[in-house]
Design a binder for this molecule. Sequence first.
Ligand code: PMP
Length: 374
Amino acid sequence: DVALTEPADLQSLLRADLRGGTPYGAPQLDVPVRLNTNESSYDVPPEVVEEITRAVTGVAPHLNRYPDREFTDLRTALAAYLTATTGVDLTPEQAWAGNGSNEVLQHLVLAFGGPDRTALGFTPAYSMHPIISRSVGTTWVDGLRGQGGQAFDLTAESAVAQVREHQPNLVFLCSPNNPTGTALDLDVVEAVYAAAPRAVVVVDEAYAEFARPGTPSALTLLEGRPRLVVTRTMSKAFAFAGGRLGYLAADAELVDALRLVRLPYHLSAPTQAIALAALHHADRMLATVEAIKTQRDRMVTELAAMGLDPVPSDANFVLFGGLADAGRTWQALLERGVLVRDVGIPHYLRVTAGTPAETDAFLGAIAEVEGKDR
Ligand code: PMP
């Protein structure tokens, strides 16, 4: 009798530390103005679509074979892209990739975290850092921002004190920081690295291409720092979120260690081919970055003019406060066809910068909902 041999309750089979947990869950709703996951609102340009289609046609007959497990061509192209855009010399052996930067973050935690180990981040920051850490049994420590007076700033002094207190095996820094939008000064990265001699220090630069002028990448600090890792993604400025390609740069020996934890052939042949095609057209894929930054700055200016409280941003989104009830505002915007993100900070919401028409729709809706003049 099946019923007699079936366990009573699935929750009791689940790992104890996962019971009652909630998965990552930004709503995917079909509304006219989707500004909640920091994607690009711009479609892939037709000439790149053509090249991507050719690339898929090229690999299709060979899908009977496993793809290049070391994705050598892609690593070469990613290293070349970073060198071209930041001036930092990188070899293909220093580049690594996964299905989105979430996967490369997971590789890092699998290799350097795990049971009996601790990861430290500075909250509010990217919500997946703790989720990925905990999913492989790493103890997560919610560090604090705003100790220096400004609500969401992270000073070197405060970060170093927290690193000394918790002695983590992994430190997550996010620059520009999601959801607050501001980039970190490199002196924070340098100080954290020096204060944590037994930790791998990860700087999540998912939004680096949107940073305001004069914001250097932590890639410039890699030389001579074998425990430093900089993660990037093609999901944001590159307008390629559906392609699922994230990557990192670090010391070649650290990168080599990630081969111990990745699943064999984790990047499919189509993924490698389409990412290469997109990288080949980096200029076209990145062509809308300046236009998006213009909309971002316009949202900051206009939200401030309405008397709301936007945080200056180096990313493709704006966190803004001054809302009596963020949840109610979120719902009222949705009823007007505008989807933004409630990141769980009381009185704040986050909105992605998209097209000028989307900015118009968002600003019109928020003014109406909050009873502000424009
Ligand atoms: N890091 C940060 C800071 C992010 O905001 C995101 C996406 N929201 C990611 C990493 C992961 O993106 P992806 O897996 O698409 O590369």
